[in-house]
Design a protein around this ligand. Sequence first.
Ligand code: AMO
Length: 438
Amino acid sequence: MSTVTRTLIKHLSAHDDGTVTVAGWVETVRDQKKVQFVILRDESGSVQLVRRRPETDDAIATSISELTLGSFVQVTGELKHDERVKLGGIEVAIEEFEVVGKALPENPIAEDSSIDKRLDWRFLDLRRPEQNLVFRIQTTFLHALRTWWVEHDFVEIHTPKLMASASESRAELFEVDYFEGKAYLAQSPQFFKQMAQPAGFGSVFEVAPAFRADPSFTSRHATEFISVDAEMSWVDSHEDVMKMHEELLVAGFTAVKEKHGEEIKALFDIDIEVPATPFPRVPLAEAKKIVAERGYIVPRADDDMDPEGERQIAAWAKETHGSEFVFLTDYASSIRPFYHRRHDGDASLTNSYDLIFNGTEISTGAQREHRVDVLVEQAKEKGLDPEELDFYLDFFRYGVPPHGGFGMGLARVLMLMLHLPSIRETTYLFRGPNRLLP
Ligand code: AMO
């Protein structure tokens, strides 16, 4: 068959009655005595195909009778607007019908299959309209972020994912054989996005995989995830980073609401809210008091929050500020990485934040320590060997402006935006401790 000039199903309703070609996969078949109906779906929607059955079955009638659900077909026929047709008030009367890719008859997954089973058959699971929409939203969201960055003179970088050292901590580090030696998979682009500062790039961003050998099975952890990172020169504190971060999210949410608001309402029953700025900012110590006043004492020996604490502070932000987002700021140095800048005059606190969205952390951001002598001390204090970090410390020895940035988990943003139960639903192909296939 020659090149297919198909009409996307979503464009049919605006199309004049007449000959059209549509192509997609078969969702249902009603094989009746006098009429045969096929519901055809493509990436943009679904449409009813109809064929009056001839006296004796011809090739098309037989081929419809023998259709297996999920098969890919290409159809040419007469489009007709008819408001009696329940599905969108249009149907296509089949004239030419070709099965292009036949499916096996048994669908291995059903509506009520477990998430694990669905992931085993992810390519079939992704045919669901909700799943299709997730990745259209992701495309729109990232496009809006990129547009914002480009308009603000950020440079896109691609940092290596094979590294000679850990990028966050020795824990959760994947080690791989590298010729005669060892290499590590990047846990984040942290060091190399910072390198763009002494490189004189000003501001940079990256959207790329990050790897963590995290053995946990929570709804928000993966061993490989897409990290959305930015880093900018000339910040006075983490406040400048938070401003950039919230503007960026406003751009992303505005684009998603404009383009997909109605579909999101229809498929997920969610009204996308473009967040108002500034998002509330609460120092962590204060957040713990607020949460305690709500009756929840964070059961941790260190100064950190826990997931329930995050949910509580999010509920507070929603109730008192009407905000789905809240910045928790000024984390204790004891629980932050060595590269976070500490408060002038109080080294026990850092110029850092976590961003909580609908009750879960989506980001960590901070101003960085750019004074190399202080940085070396902080690394030592965390038990790191400055010699191993020498390549990184060199970045700071030849002049560097004050800078800061953040990292944000893409799948978490989508999960929380769409109120989905797990990042498995918002990751194209999830990777976890016991999942490397497909
Ligand atoms: P952090 O380690 O907090 O910070 O990671 C930043 C964000 O990345 C996401 N994330 C994950 N998503 C899925 N699975 C995981 N295992 C996982 N780990 C992290 C989260 C988290 O908020 N270099 C710093 C960022 C910075 O300071 O610029 C960093 O990596 O959404």
